[in-house]
Design a protein around this ligand. Structure first.
Ligand SMILES: Nc1nc2c(ncn2[C@@H]2O[C@H](COP(=O)(O)OP(=O)(O)OP(=O)(O)O)[C@@H](O)[C@H]2O)c(=O)[nH]1
Length: 779
């Protein structure tokens, strides 16, 4: 069967070798399916042709069906057209048209003629083109070959027109059509491909896939399993016996060896840390321990507290703010701000003029034996007067409870130091302020422990009166301990008024608030104070309980066990208001400035250097020049605060803070004196004092306490014993007996700023051996 009607160009492009083979062999190679198609469709085509009056053999019909791929309609049309003569009116017959003869036609004609004349030798193609130059081909000699459109559609599959290719193409089309039917209307190439790929292998390609009824499966994201609990450590599997394997690694190059050698194992290991590299100079925690700025500078400040520590300032006002900024005496000096301009206030007149409008002010020192409840009582006072909030106390309560010291919560209002809180004892003087309607009070809470007596002296020397706290249940032990010493020291520093708080009455035996117990304690204390030299008029005794709060700021209610107190006694607060000495320091305000430094604060941003203490004489306002002794350095006052409030000035009697400038901080420390530069306090190495001996005195070493200042010294000479009026009893005694009065000469190791009239306390072996007044200095 001839399947190609017209071939105008290289047949290799249209037919593959396989096709040629079967054409040559004449073996059609029909399949059973083909034969079935022939027998089924041939009668159909014949019937159509007969209807149209066209005759065709079975072979022609079969050829048409084969040619048109079993398309009955096309086969019928083809056969009809090929057998129907074309109408004449359509024009000149194709074969009648004058046709330009091509070289091939001519060649064919010549070949035919040659065949007719068998005696002529056949002409080769070389003979044909022998006279033709290839670059000058005449137009008539150009080929007129027009590529013919292949009758068989160009195969699209397998790249050929073999039967296999055609069948494959047909099946492909069928498969695509079937897939389109089976696929859901909305699909994408990916899923279709996926479906095709997921088709079972045994499915034949030309079989229409069975539409799936199952919902399409999408990859399901696996729910993350909860992290399994840590498994018990399983023993590692036994090490497989090492079988010797050939080392396939290349030996290191010289360059590699050089690199490896540059990192000696001893200096660099994988576990090497930054610390290792930086060396042992780096501590584990570089911020552990006090910063260098927190270290107290003692250079040039030989006079400090015994503990070497200074108490944190009061938690109110500026003192509170500066507390956080307190860095210590060794802080590097900050650049001095510009000089301060003075307002030039006439302070004594202003002070005198505003006297009637001003609240009275007073400072009291709280003294008594250790654990008699001083700090707790003051905490209660501050709480009940609103100086501290219940919220703060609740916070302290929580913190104290965590440390197992819940009963110290109120004491923590006063005891702000870590050591104090951990040990439950006051170490240094704490300063707090509170106000009533008529008085601004400053509390100076003194430590009760004997180790901290010097600090107690420093606090007491700044006070107007003393509040002696006595545990109603422990009077005896108190009298043997610091109660007696504190009372004597209060007297020694010049305090005249004492308010006795008989404390812990809530815990008296056999029942709380025993009036008898209170009365007995009161009598004993009054007797003792009288013996110590306090006038009865200067003593007030009140019953109270700092812990439960009865009779501190509020009188007990009638139905309480302490109800009797309201009928007989004042509250502690009322007693304090009544004990405030009437302001008689008008003259002191006019005198030259004197203020002993109780605390130094360095490192503040606004105020790099501040000092606090009690101004005993004179006044100060911003812009005033001052002199610091014993260093002899001058400074300028750049700001003043009283009771934590900024003020235009401070006067004698105020416990105040002076912000200083124009001085290097190393020139000032605790115990120094800030004074008027024109009338400075002398710095002396000896002085003469009239003292009262509490113990037998010989020429001996003593600790010399001058308020907040204390230093090593000695009694160098017993000048004379004297009576109460200062009349000499015996000159140059060999010793002074306890209870005797005497004039003694005291030398100090370093020069101290001191003037006549100041109170001095002499201590030896941890005991107070004498106290008195400095008569004169030098000599
Ligand atoms: N029952 C009772 N206990 C009190 C009272 N006042 C204080 N305490 C307790 O006494 C203990 C000591 O109280 P503090 O206030 O620290 O005593 P202190 O006198 O300040 O002690 P130092 O500062 O170390 O001298 C604490 O456990 C307080 O709870 C009180 O009025 N009644």
């Amino acid at each position: 069967m001839q399947r190609v009607k017209n071939v105008g160009y290289d047949e290799d492009e249209l037919y593959d070798e396989e096709d040629d083979v079967y054409e040559e062999d004449g073996d059609p190679g029909y399949t059973a399916e083909d034969r079935a198609n022939f027998s089924a469709l041939t009668p159909v085509v014949r019937a159509e042709l007969e209807e149209a009056g066209v005759q065709a053999s079975d072979q022609d019909i079969g050829a048409a069906l084969w040619h048109y791929f079993w398309d009955v309609g096309k086969s019928v049309s083809y056969l009809k057209n090929s057998r129907t003569p074309r109408p004449q009116q359509q024009g000149v017959k194709k074969e009648d048209k004058p046709k330009a003869k091509s070289k091939f036609d001519e060649a064919a004609q010549k070949s035919a003629e040659t065949a007719a004349h068998a005696d002529m030798p056949p002409m080769s193609a070389a003979d044909w083109f022998r006279d033709v130059p290839w670059t000058q081909i005449p137009p008539e000699m150009e080929g007129s070959i027009v590529p013919a459109t292949p009758v068989i559609p160009r195969p699209k599959l397998l790249g050929g027109s073999s039967k296999l290719a055609r069948l494959a193409e047909e099946r492909r089309k069928k498969a695509v059509a079937a897939a389109n039917v089976a696929s859901p209307p909305v699909t994408n190439g990916a899923s279709s491909s996926l479906d095709r790929l997921s088709r079972p292998k045994d499915t034949k390609e030309n079989e229409a896939p069975v539409p799936k009824v199952e919902p399409k499966r999408y990859p399901i994201r696996k729910k993350r399993e909860p992290t399994p609990p840590p498994k018990e450590p399983t023993p590692p599997p036994p090490e497989p016996e090492e079988e010797e394997k050939p080392d396939l690694r290349a030996s290191p190059t010289s360059f590699g060896r050089t690199l490896a050698a540059s990192l000696p194992h001893s200096r660099y290991t994988p576990s090497m840390t930054l610390k290792d590299m930086l060396g042992s100079g780096v501590t584990e925690d570089p911020f552990k321990g006090p910063s260098p700025d927190d270290t107290k500078l003692t250079n040039g400040c030989s006079i400090t507290g015994n503990t070497g520590k200074t108490k944190q300032p009061a938690a109110n006002g500026l003192a509170k703010k500066t507390e956080a900024l307190k860095l210590g005496d060794s802080a590097p000096s900050a650049p001095s701000p510009p000089k301060v301009r003075s307002k030039g206030l006439d302070v004594p007149n202003l002070w005198a003029g505003g006297k009637s409008k001003r609240k009275a002010s007073a400072a009291f020192v709280v003294i008594g034996h250790v654990d008699h409840g001083k700090s707790t009582l003051m905490g209660r006072l501050l709480l009940d007067t609103g100086a501290v909030s219940q919220r703060d106390v609740d916070r302290y309560q929580k913190q104290a409870t965590e440390l197992g010291k819940s009963s110290f919560a109120l004491a923590w209002v006063m005891d702000t130091g870590t050591e104090e809180r951990e040990r439950g004892v006051t170490v240094d003087i704490a300063q707090h302020h509170f106000s009533t309607d008529s008085v601004n009070f400053t509390i100076l809470d003194a430590p009760g422990h004997r180790d901290f007596v010097p600090n107690m002296i420093g606090g007491a020397s700044m006070a107007d009166l003393a509040v002696l706290v006595v545990d109603a249940n422990q009077l005896e032990s108190g009298m043997k301990g610091q109660t007696r010493e504190h009372v004597l020291l209060a007297k020694a520093v010049g305090l005249k008024r004492v308010l006795v708080a008989v404390n812990k009455l809530d815990a008296t035996a056999p029942y709380s608030w025993s009036q008898d117990v209170f009365q007995k304690v009161k009598n004993d204390v009054l007797k003792f104070l009288g013996e110590a030299g306090f006038a009865a008029n200067d003593i007030t005794v009140v019953p109270c309980s700092g812990l439960s709060g009865e009779n501190v700021a509020k009188a007990p209610k009638p139905n309480e066990p302490a109800a009797w107190v309201a009928r007989t006694d004042l509250t502690l607060l009322k007693a304090l208001e009544q004990a405030v000495p009437s302001g008689g320091n008008g003259d002191a305000v006019k005198r030259p400035l004197r203020m002993q430094v109780a605390d130094v604060f360095r490192g503040g941003i606004t105020n790099p250097l501040s000092v606090s203490g009690r101004m005993t004489a004179g006044n100060a306002q911003p812009g005033d020049p001052v002199l610091v002794q014993p260093s002899g350095e001058t400074a300028t006052v750049r700001g003043v605060e009283v009771s934590g409030e900024p003020r235009d000035y401070a006067v004698a009697g105020d416990i105040c803070t002076l912000h200083l400038t124009d001085i290097d901080p190393i020139h000032i420390c605790t115990g120094d004196v800030v004074c008027d530069p024109s009338q400075k306090v002398p710095v002396v190495e000896s002085f003469t004092a009239e003292i009262e001996a509490l113990d037998s005195l010989l020429p001996q070493s003593v600790d010399v306490h001058l308020g907040r200042l204390h230093t090593a010294g000695s009694i160098t000479r017993l000048v004379a014993t004297v009576d109460d009026k200062g009349v000499t009893l015996k000159k140059k005694p060999r010793m002074v007996k306890a209870g005797q009065r005497a004039i003694v000469k005291v030398a100090v190791e370093d020069g101290v700023p001191v003037e006549g009239g100041e109170m001095v306390v002499l201590r030896a072996q941890g005991e107070t051996v004498g106290f008195g007044i400095v008569e004169r200095t030098g000599g």
